[in-house]
Design a protein. Structure first.
Length: 416
């Protein structure tokens, strides 16, 4: 039995190389079916994301997988090998579990990778490249990831400024579905903020941007309303949460504009989060009553504290994955005994059936039943004890007392 995890990731390979050996959705089924044919009983799952490409296989070798990968993507073997890592058996199992728990991710503890692994497993199952071993491995991995999420704080705290901003909004307004949110800007950071807001249940989102077309492109994807920066004063009073991130060199929101808005709100709290550098919101805004102003520095402090918390949780998660990988390998070793047990039972049953058949034939011919019964018991006993007796004698003569002890334990012999 061999389990192999082979691949490259953001730590070992450039984005240029990662692009070369990435698998598109259109390639995936064909690739899995090719891997399945490498060896009899070969099982395979391919995990391909922007940060990693990994092959998880059973009943094949690293060398075979490397040659196949080189051929499939028509790339240089020497170029690939410089960035490849390969894990075998228990270390392969623990690697998969670590990846699923976010311990090997660019952002420690990020949850998206687990969904990507589940999709890879589902694709492989549909392609017919999974049997008992890989099915059990991935099911155990999903359980381990859930255990780590439940028993540690690996994913409990925000480790990006965008996520920290949304987490802060959730702390102040527990029901974001009932909250009006104004996003100022339409760049990557605001897009990420919008994504986290939607995941947190926000539905009333307005996007303000210098160019209305860019804001509309964004609202077409997330829902909501698009406005220009000049329209902000007309919408500010209705906004419970304002998150701003633009490239403006001058403040977008001044103290006067916010003060006017707060008067219309009648002491309802307003949360303003400025994650722009230079700042989009004048610092004096924070002096206003019923206004909570946070800057990127405030959020960065939260992120650093949370990252420290995740690192501590990661230590706990490492212990869990190591224990679970060991348990899984113990289960795989138990499978190896099944064939031996079955063979031993078949041999014993064959010996019994042969002797019973002969005894029944003698009884049918009129032989003494008591004599036949004693003869059957003696012959069956002799057949069953022959091999163990010979093994014990051989171990004793050879001075292999550890082996003799194991045989005695197996046969239930009191060695005292």
């Amino acid at each position: 039995m061999s389990l192999v995890a082979l691949g490259i990731n953001h730590k070992t390979a450039s984005i240029a190389l990662r692009e070369k050996i990435a698998f598109s959705p259109d390639q995936m089924v064909d690739a899995l079916q090719q891997l399945k044919l490498l060896n009899k009983g070969c099982e395979a799952v391919i995990l391909s994301t922007c940060n990693r490409t990994e092959l998880y296989c059973h009943n094949t070798s690293s060398e075979e997988l490397i040659d196949w990968l080189v051929g499939f993507h028509s790339i240089s073997k020497s170029e690939l090998q410089q960035s490849l890592y390969s894990h075998q058996n228990e270390t392969a199992v623990q690697h998969l579990m670590r990846v699923a728990c976010g311990l090997d991710s660019l952002v420690l503890g990020e949850p998206q990778i687990l969904g990507q692994i589940k999709q890879a497993y589902s694709t492989a199952k549909s392609a017919g490249s999974i049997a008992l071993m890989m099915d059990k491995l991935f099911q155990r991995t999903f359980s381990v990831a859930k255990k780590v999420r439940t028993e540690t704080n690996i994913g409990a705290n925000a480790v990006s400024v965008a996520f920290a901003a949304v987490s802060l909004a959730k702390q102040i307004f527990s029901e974001l579905s009932q909250t009006n949110v104004l996003l100022i800007g339409a760049g990557e950071t605001i897009e990420l903020v919008a994504k986290h807001l939607i995941e947190a249940g926000a539905t009333n989102i307005t996007v303000a941007n210098r160019t209305i077309a860019r804001a509309q492109t964004m609202t077409n994807e997330i829902g909501g309303t698009a406005i220009t920066l000049s329209q902000i004063p007309d919408h500010l009073a209705q906004s419970d949460v304002v998150i701003s991130s633009t490239a403006s060199t001058l403040p977008i929101l001044g103290k006067g504009m916010v003060e006017t808005a707060t008067k219309s709100r009648r002491h309802q709290p307003m949360l303003l989060i400025d994650i722009a550098v230079p700042r989009d919101i004048e610092s004096q805004v924070g002096d206003l009553d019923d206004v909570y102003l946070y800057t990127v520095d405030d959020l960065q402090g939260i992120v650093e504290q949370n990252m420290a918390s995740r690192r501590a949780a990661a230590d706990e998660a490492e212990v869990i994955t190591a224990e679970q990988a060991s348990e899984f390998m113990a289960w795989t070793r138990s499978l190896e005994s099944i064939d031996y047990i079955r063979q031993y039972r078949d041999q014993s049953m064959a010996a019994k059936n042969e002797l019973v058949e002969k005894s029944l034939a003698k009884l049918a011919s009129g032989a003494d039943a008591e004599k036949i019964l004693i003869e059957l018991a003696n012959k069956l006993t002799n057949k069953l004890i022959h091999s163990p007796t010979r093994a014990m004698s051989s171990a004793s003569h050879a001075g292999e007392f550890d082996k003799l002890t194991v045989l005695c334990d197996a046969l239930g012999i009191n060695q005292e």
